[in-house]
Design a protein around this ligand. Structure first.
Ligand code: ATP
Ligand code: MG
Length: 327
């Protein structure tokens, strides 16, 4: 079976951007592929985190994966920091990654603007992500559009290593959904929705209560045109249509037909109901699972063991080729 790999950071509570761009697509892949899903807590610490919150959100995320249909018997589900091979491979890959290329990463530019002090970990973030993916000889990486540049970098570095030494890594491809691959912020529809946004009206959380969802969508920024169209000139309206069509499993064009003669108020109400309805079963399963700490920990231990076994196979090859002594 080909390997599918994806990771999500416990850097905040998950948004519907994370859900539509990534998480909601994961469970369907489990039959056809060997799926490996990670809670990227080593990535999360590239910006300041509160330790207690980080610990709690790490287990929240494991529970959310399960609530979204990830079956730990079929897929490997684990926490990044419990598999030390990630940072070991990242170090080796750092030695063949140019600083110039890292400086050009748009995520680095966006995130560093928001930091008082920019630490080396934020610049090196993509190299750790490259290691995550390459360790498992992944063929496909289901992520949102915002990660496309990092996947390109992964291919570059893998090819560089394969050429400099000898064929070692599988070259992965991005697997982005047709609709919902880039959900925009509700307060600023020109930048992507992010769980680390300080303005909580900008995002909807997967675990938000129905009334909170309705309120946030009601406040979503639109425009003064007053007509509904699916165009980049009306990013707020376009985003609402994207959210609606993703939750309804229809195309944006079909969604547009439903609302052609509607006003913004009517559109927003329909979007809110689609989101509330779409998230209800996930929320229910999450609350049922989250309380069972022992079971969640058992899932993590088992997942880390399986992941580590696969990761070591790749890492041993890499060390041998590079000339790092192993006894
Ligand atoms: P942070 O702001 O801390 O980076 P994030 O919301 O960007 O958080 P990540 O953990 O970086 O979340 O990304 C997890 C997954 O969610 C990735 O596959 C990413 O591409 C996807 N994703 C993130 N934001 C969006 C979005 N607005 N629309 C669609 N997919 C998204
Ligand atoms: Mg992100």
């Amino acid at each position: 079976k080909k390997v599918v790999y994806s990771a999500i950071q416990p850097s905040g509570s998950l948004t519907i951007g994370n859900y539509l761009g990534a998480l909601s697509n994961f469970s369907d892949l489990q039959e056809e592929y060997q799926c490996i899903y990670c809670v990227a807590n080593m990535h999360a610490i590239t910006v300041p985190q509160n330790p207690a919150d980080l610990r709690k959100r790490t287990l929240d995320l494991i529970a959310l994966y399960v609530a979204c249909g990830i079956d730990p018997e079929k897929s490997i589900l684990y926490i990044q920091s419990q598999v030390p091979e990630h940072t070991e491979l990242a170090w080796v890959l750092n030695t063949i990654t140019s600083i110039g290329q890292l400086n050009r990463m748009t995520q680095f530019k966006d995130k560093s603007k928001k930091q008082k002090e920019v630490y080396a970990g934020l610049l090196n973030y993509p190299v750790l992500m490259v290691a995550d993916i390459l360790l498992y000889q992944s063929a496909f990486v289901p992520v949102g559009e915002d990660q496309r540049q990092h996947i390109e970098l992964t291919r570059d570095i893998a090819e560089r290593f394969n050429t400099r030494y000898s064929p070692t890594f599988t070259i992965p491809d991005i697997m982005a959904p047709k609709v919902g691959a880039k959900i925009m912020g509700l307060q600023d529809p020109t930048s992507k929705m992010s769980k680390s946004d300080p303005d909580e009206n900008g995002f909807i959380l997967i675990l938000d209560e129905p009334d909170v969802i309705r309120r946030k969508i009601k406040r979503a920024v639109t425009d003064s045109k007053g007509t509904i169209a699916y165009t980049d000139e009306q990013p707020g309206v376009k985003n609402l249509l994207d959210i609606y069509s993703s939750f309804k499993h229809i195309s944006p064009e079909e969604a547009l037909r439903e609302f052609e003669s509607a006003g913004y108020g009517e559109l927003k109400e329909a979007v809110a109901e689609a989101v509330v309805e779409g998230l209800a079963p996930v929320q229910e399963r999450f609350h049922a699972i989250r309380g069972d700490k022992e079971q969640l920990e058992a899932i993590c231990r088992d997942g880390a063991e399986k992941a580590s076994y696969l990761a070591q196979k790749t890492l041993r090859k890499v060390y041998r080729k590079v000339g790092l002594v192993q006894f």
